[in-house]
Design a protein around this ligand. Sequence first.
Ligand code: ADP
Length: 155
Amino acid sequence: MEKPARIAIFPGSFNPFTTGHRSIVDRARPLFDRIVIGIGINAEKAERGDVTARVEAIKVLYADCPDVEVQAFSTLAADFASQVGARWILRGVRSVKDYEYELAMADVNRRLAGLETVILPALPELGCVSSSLVRELASYGADVSEFIPQRKDSK
Ligand code: ADP
């Protein structure tokens, strides 16, 4: 009997998608048949940039990776997982603070929908990279290119 495909969602705000996010996707690719990067649309954060543009920018990075998809979603992550047939949620942790949050979310998603969360530790050199840091630096006109993945690096 054929085994069902191992599908994971990687939900987040990705505003913007950073080298830290890319590292989580790239390191998880061998673990799953398919990873669906889900850009969560949060009504309170709706003013922070165009979601369609964010989806397209991430799609370009993974244009050569048929196992990586990108979609926006505005539901609970558990409902998004069910919509795409995913049984796992992929997340990354940079710190104890991240871990405490992820532990609570993992518990909720297991209880709500029987979804297991696979948490990968941040690479030490990327542990300080966050979308909010990139946004703040960019707002002062700083060069943030080292934190934003380029397509040629994405394989
Ligand atoms: P959210 O708003 O849901 O936390 P983010 O876009 O900030 O969404 O992050 C999505 C996921 O990526 C989270 O699990 C977060 O901990 C993880 N992440 C963010 N930056 C890094 C990084 N530099 N290294 C590893 N994981 C990261």
